[in-house]
Design a protein around this ligand. Sequence first.
Ligand code: ATP
Ligand code: MG
Ligand code: MG
Length: 386
Amino acid sequence: GATLGVLGGGQLGRMFVHAAQRMGYFTAVLDPDADSPAGRVSHHHIHTDYADVDGLARLAGLADAVTTEFENVPAPSLENLSVARPVAPDAGAIAIAQDRIAEKAHFTRCGVACAPYAVIETAAQLAAAPDVLLPGILKTARLGYDGKGQQRVSTRAELVDAWQAVGCVPCVLEKLLPLEFECSVIVARGRDGQLVHFPPQRNLHRDGILAVTEVHPQNMPKTVAQAAINSAKSIATGLDYVGVLCVEFFALADGSLVVNEMAPRPHNSGHYTMEACDVSQFELQVRTLAGLPLAAPRQHSPAIMLNLLGDLWFTAGGDKPVAPRWSEVLALPGVHLHLYGKIEPRRGRKMGHLTLTGATLESVRATASQAATVLGLPALSAADLA
Ligand code: ATP
Ligand code: MG
Ligand code: MG
């Protein structure tokens, strides 16, 4: 049988492995962690650093094609692998997605508007940053996720301190926008250029981390949804992208949309596709990698996804983690529990998620509220997901 390889052994890699195995593939995971969520469920697990040439050679020896589950793999490692095997997405797309400066330049090239921003790579650029960008968010150009590497700044003095606090590495300063809501779109593009998309997801973040995703045509204006789909498609086509790509957007009060960032892989906001769509984002990742035809996915149920962070294991207080009461949640209708097999719960760490499906948006929202109450998650108000 054919073997599909993935760089990275986190939860996204694990769900890729599950989808690949269901379709009859063997899998090979490369991750520095000897006990990673994906490594533990994969046929082959190469336990080395992402830049280790021997490890990469072993992966190329095992796998017929290689993808990635996170954007911070060194682009040279992908170049190295691509000499021997098809790699999707390719090093060029990953290099752009892992650097906010290159990413925003790409969005602009594709004619998709970003939040107003300035590149801060030098002290001169810092001094010249326009006042209209304050209050703003200083974001490191590389290696940020879940709001890490981001600082809100209101004054020039705070901006200077914030840049120093991150060691004066390349950053972007973005204007802090009043967000009406956030949404994202997942597209998949094949080697032949075939391009399909999922319906736009409405996302709620708490403390910079995705907390809730709701997917139903009623929850955003049609014009906004269509604009998001069109923009995501231009961004993918502009990269000659192969694989699954998620693009995050900010919707503003005047009905306009600006792009936030992209992820060159399946995305947390697309987990609902496993139960609420006839083809999941992970199956499309498998299909793009294996050169199989893509089918336009159809959502067959309204869906809400609730992220389960490590904090839930500490709601009783104390330092010892205590597992949440899953049986009370699973007694509710249309509940799909995913736990990623991470050994150690930590605050702010993504441990799993719940997807809720049902006949109507109202019933799914009602179940989501009950599940949130049982688990001690913050209540979902109608204003959160209007
Ligand atoms: P991810 O885990 O999605 O990769 P990240 O660390 O790359 O997150 P961003 O997506 O840039 O971070 O920002 C995280 C969240 O912070 C956004 O989803 C949004 O809620 C808020 N945010 C970021 N930039 C802005 C902005 N310019 N104006 C208002 N809110 C913002
Ligand atoms: Mg990000
Ligand atoms: Mg983001």
